[in-house]
Ligand binder design. Structure first.
Ligand code: PDD
Length: 285
């Protein structure tokens, strides 16, 4: 059975899933997206992801392409058609197809909607979590509204590639004040030498990750000390542990930053426990 995608009202073979050349997502990155994890056939945190999609659409003044319940139906039908048990659902909504012009087209075209599903290699992801990853810091040169989950990801793409070119796996963005904002497609965390978890406050400088919120609640529930504030790169180098959170990577330990070992250079107990705890939460539904 081949992969199936959903494009503007139709379920189609993945290889034939196309949008028009004048789709504003393609020409102008005028669109938003969400990535939702699937574990044991269940969507993880569907409601907050769709709430965030709604917020992103409102921020860009793009109308909902279908109703919320219809999107929920499309996603489930796509999972069924792809027999997705463990993987990711990607959904993207753009302002639609119009003659190229920076201003919003008038009248507004029908927004385009694309949904894809893909399996994750669980064994490979667990191996990565067991070894931890190296990250490299890069200047945060993104626009001022990265709290909106838009498909305009070129700085993230270039940052990730710069990290890979230097033998790391991901990049951590650092702002002009020298504090870490987030990773190229995940939120950044440290555990200080005193055992305090620190992650940046969710303002306009980072995406308010859904995984970040769940982990935040887990941490509080366990009575661990947590501070929601900016931390410097120097603090990160001196941290006992570091990790990133996202729908695709859950909780992934960071063991090296800019070539310096974090803690003892191995995934730490806090990140490891939070990852385990997240899976329990996801499987419970
Ligand atoms: N990225 N920060 C950025 C810049 C992100 O792109 C993401 C998610 C996150 C974490 O958000 P969440 O926990 O809701 O996944 C933070 C997705 C997974 C992606 O672009 O593939």
């Amino acid at each position: 059975m081949g992969r199936i995608a959903y494009v503007n009202g139709r379920f189609v073979p993945h290889a034939q899933a196309t949008v028009h050349i004048e789709d504003r997502g393609y020409q102008l990155a005028d669109g938003v997206y969400e990535v939702v994890g699937v574990r044991d056939g269940k969507l993880i945190d569907e409601v907050p992801h769709i709430d965030r999609l709604d917020r992103s659409l409102r921020e860009l003044r793009i109308a909902w392409p279908v109703s919320r319940p219809t999107l929920g139906f499309i996603v489930r039908e796509l999972m069924r058609r792809n027999r997705l048990r463990d993987g990711l659902v990607y959904m993207q909504v753009t302002r639609g197809v119009a003659r190229r012009d920076h201003a919003f087209p008038s009248p507004a075209p029908a927004p385009s909607v694309v949904v894809t599903a893909r399996p994750l290699n669980k064994a490979r992801n667990e191996a990565l979590a067991n070894s931890g990853i190296a990250v490299m810091s890069v200047p945060d040169n993104r626009w001022g509204r990265v709290d909106i989950k838009t498909v305009g990801l070129l700085p993230n793409v270039l940052a990730r590639q710069a990290a890979i070119d230097q033998g790391a796996r991901d990049a951590w963005f650092v702002d002009q004040a020298g504090t870490v904002t987030e990773a190229s497609s995940a939120n950044a965390w440290i555990v200080t030498a005193d055992g305090i978890l620190v992650t940046r406050r969710a303002d306009h400088a980072i995406l308010r990750g859904i995984t970040r919120t769940v982990v935040f609640d887990e941490v509080k529930g366990q009575g661990l000390a947590i501070e929601e504030r900016a931390f410097t790169l120097a603090e990160a180098y001196a941290a006992r542990e570091a990790f990133i959170t996202s729908a695709s990577q859950i909780v992934l330990p960071v063991v090296r930053i800019d070539g310096r070992s974090i803690g003892d250079g191995k995934p730490g107990p806090v990140a490891t426990a939070l990852r385990r705890e997240f899976y329990r939460y996801a499987e419970a539904g």
